[in-house]
Every structure is written in C-alpha cells, then in structure tokens.
Ligand binder design. Structure first.
Ligand SMILES: CC(C)(COP(=O)(O)OP(=O)(O)OC[C@H]1O[C@@H](n2cnc3c(N)ncnc32)[C@H](O)[C@@H]1OP(=O)(O)O)[C@@H](O)C(=O)NCCC(=O)NCCS
Length: 149
C-alpha cells in the first residue's frame, strides 16, 4: 500500500535512506522536509501496516518538481516497488500542478538509471565532480527531465 508520507514517518524514511546512500539524511532532515508545504512524499507500507520499505520525496516549485530522493530497503529491491511508488508519486505531483520533473543521479548508479530510463527520463546535462565520496574520485551527476501528465 502506497500512501502520503507525514512528519511522523521521518524516522522510517531516514532508516530506509541510510541503506541506499553513503551520506544518509538524518531524522531531523526528514522532519524538516516533511514539514515543508512544497515537499510531497509517498511511502510503501507492506500490507498497509508495519514498517515502510520504500519512499519517494519531491519538491514542487511552480510547475516544476524535483525528485529529491527515492529509496527502497535492500530486502525489497528488484520487485517493482520503486516503479509502483514513482507511478503514484508522479501522478500526485501532476495533480499538484507540476508539469515537469527533474532529478540528479550519479552516473555509476546503474539500478537508478535503468529505473529512470524506464520512466522515460532523458538526460539534459552533467555536473562533473558533483557527488563527493570520501577516499574516492567524486562522481558525475546526470541531470534528467521528464514531462508529467
Ligand atoms: C534505485 C532503487 C530505488 C530501485 O528500487 P527497486 O524497487 O529495486 O526498483 P524496481 O524493482 O521498481 O525496478 C524498476 C526498474 O529498475 C531497474 N533495476 C532495479 N534494480 C536494478 C538492479 N539492481 N540492476 C539493474 N537494474 C535494476 C530495472 O530496470 C527495473 O525494471 P525491470 O526489471 O522491469 O526492467 C533501489 O535500488 C535503491 O533504493 N537504491 C539505493 C538508493 C538509490 O540509488 N536511489 C536513487 C538515487 S538517484
């Protein structure tokens, strides 16, 4: 079951996020984002209750949305969950007046790139050295865009 994320879900979103990124966002960061009226989040709750296992979060400015993050718990990956969350999430963004969605993704993040290509995102630019990584060469960000609705 995929539902809107609320401030009370900050803990759960931080717990999922840290499994997917080298620099996980903390609970306070998610509380701040979820309290922002321009930010829209959706999470998946298996069976409609229990611990969420995936979510997506976007910020809307006028008619443009930015996908801030999407993540699924490792144990739930590869089963179409991100696709289901983003399908509903993009529909809600369009319902809030967004006509285009943008995102940034590391050029070596193959699962995410495949997911976004499946949704019809197209590359519109690159930012060299965008993702700093301790002890490693910074990764290039690919900027992507997709029309909504
Ligand atoms: C990217 C992520 C959200 C995908 O979640 P998921 O629930 O496993 O994705 P889905 O099962 O819905 O897969 C959707 C498509 O993505 C692709 N995909 C998913 N996992 C993949 C993998 N490990 N390798 C290659 N492609 C993959 C597939 O093309 C899949 O569609 P298809 O199999 O029908 O062709 C998940 O891997 C994750 O949380 N990663 C860490 C966080 C992250 O990188 N987020 C994106 C940052 S920009």
């Amino acid at each position: 079951m995929i539902v809107a994320a609320r401030s009370a879900d900050a803990d759960a979103l931080a717990a999922i996020h840290v499994t997917g990124f080298e620099r996980g966002w903390d609970v306070a960061e998610f509380e701040r984002l979820l309290a922002d009226r321009a930010v829209l989040g959706h999470l998946a709750r298996p069976g409609g209750r229990g611990v969420p296992n995936g979510f997506a979060l976007s910020r809307i400015v006028l008619d443009e949305a930015e996908l801030l993050t999407v993540a699924v718990l490792p144990s739930a990956r590869g089963a179409g969950l991100a696709r289901a969350i983003l399908t509903l999430h993009f529909g809600r963004l369009a319902g809030r007046g967004a006509r285009t969605v943008f995102l940034e993704v590391a050029e070596d993040n193959a699962p995410a790139l495949k997911l976004y290509h499946r949704f019809g995102f197209a590359e519109i630019g690159r930012r060299a050295g965008y993702y700093k990584r301790p002890g490693r060469t910074p990764a290039t960000a690919i900027v992507m865009r997709r029309p909504l609705g």
